[in-house]
Design a protein. Structure first.
Length: 106
């Protein structure tokens, strides 16, 4: 159920034009402080995960490992996307809240 909610939110976020996708585009926006949350597919390449984790940590951006490349790609209507950046603060907070089991911790 949680997965469906998050994937639904990703779809809404896409329609609103509040996402970026692909490693390079996301890293560029992280460095420019334009992204509130990064979502990386759990089956993404280890190198991709490590790189994004490092960039997010250095730039104080939240990162979540969620879903598969196929699930995430289908939710945003693209093919083979392992990395998504959420630019809208409210969407980012809502996704975090669902992943954390309802309440935002901290």
């Amino acid at each position: 159920m949680t997965n469906k909610k998050i994937l639904g939110l990703l779809g809404l976020c896409t329609k609103a034009g509040d996402i970026c996708f692909g490693t390079d585009a996301c890293i560029d926006l992280i460095l420019r402080k334009k992204v509130k949350l990064i979502i990386v597919a759990q089956d993404a390449a280890e190198r991709t995960k490590r790189n994004l984790e490092f960039v997010c940590k250095e730039n104080d951006t939240k990162i979540i490992f969620f879903g598969t490349i196929e699930e995430i790609s289908r939710a945003i209507g693209k093919d083979n996307k392992a990395v998504i950046g959420i630019k809208n603060k409210n969407f980012a907070l809502e996704i975090e809240k669902i992943i954390n089991g309802g309440e935002i911790i901290g």
